[in-house]
Design a protein around this ligand. Sequence first.
Ligand SMILES: [Zn+2]
Length: 405
Amino acid sequence: MSELTDRFLRYARVNTASDSSSSTSPSSSRQIEFLRMLEIELQELGMGDIELDEKGTLYASLPAEGCGDAVIGLLAHVDTSPDAPGENVNPVLHHNWDGKPIDLCEGVIISPSETTDMLRYIGGTIITSDGTTLLGADDKAGVAIIMEVLDTLINNNGIPVPPLKIAFTTDEEVGRGMDNFDPVRFGADFAYTVDGGSVGKIDTQTFNAWSADWKVKGREVHPGSAEGIMVNALRVLTDIVSSIPPEEMPENSSGNEGYYYPLSISSVTSKGNLKMILRDFTSEGMRSRIETMRSLEKWIKVRYPGAEISLEMSEQYMNPSEILKQDRRPVEFALRATGHVGLEPEESSIRGGTDGSRLSFMGIPTVNLPTGGELFHSRNEWIAEQGLELSYGIVLETLRIWGSQ
Ligand SMILES: [Zn+2]
């Protein structure tokens, strides 16, 4: 087994799930414990300028001066998604994989037909959980790749690299990954998150993302004498949901299509709340979705004059593609590096967001590099040992190109 795989397995076993119901930073103390462990490993490696911010970021710099005119940053998030169990992760190695579905326990089956890139790893080693938890390659694979790259750079002085900054962040999976991040302290001109999927893909686009929060106050009364008096908040909210065209929902959208996603309704007659998210790759598309919500608000107010209805919308993150067009080097160098490790490079869009979407708007244009993992946030999550190695190669080669400028 390679040192990289060994490192990944060691990190994957640590529970670092974030917690969307918590209001602390980070949302769970186990993330800080894991950062403390990484802090010691960075010290042992000989990294410089190490600082653990107790709100949830671990910063460090490569002590060597580096070549080239740009300071490059690498980031990965240490938390795993709270959408699937993250405690007692027990990675399983499927050596010499024959290309057939992998049957884990409790009906968890990983079918190559349901995951884009799996069949390229026939004969190789596929790593999964034992089926009771997620694996956490999102983003322990990114953390392991960055640590292994640092190990290589510190112990093989011959590789030209740029001045290099590192950050391990928390709470990416609950949308708060950049809340306490200090871009000035980080000090990079351009950055890469190592938080993508399939090898070969360089993510330069994310969604534009907004949230929509509907609140309704109704009027309760005994149903026997409710005629003309009762205003049922639950009906108002379900009417809002059912007036959104089904083809505009995530389960019917793919490629470059956006969507409206009703996340939750909690309601009784007298009051209720509907939480939704809106996603679109273009800013015009997002503007039109926001307008649609406003028209829907007007229509529903006319329909239910007795109800008190409010709609609050706020921006969550934006597509960094416009920013990345201003200086194409971070994208071009990553694509070139992908070709150098023997893969067909592809510029791609991620149907979600990464810390990089927000970081780009904080002044550090950021591209997302692959990890080789797939089916994140589920017990079906898997990563191939070879995919992990290739992703490591892409990061190292991208840095070498920056350092050779
Ligand atoms: Zn991730």
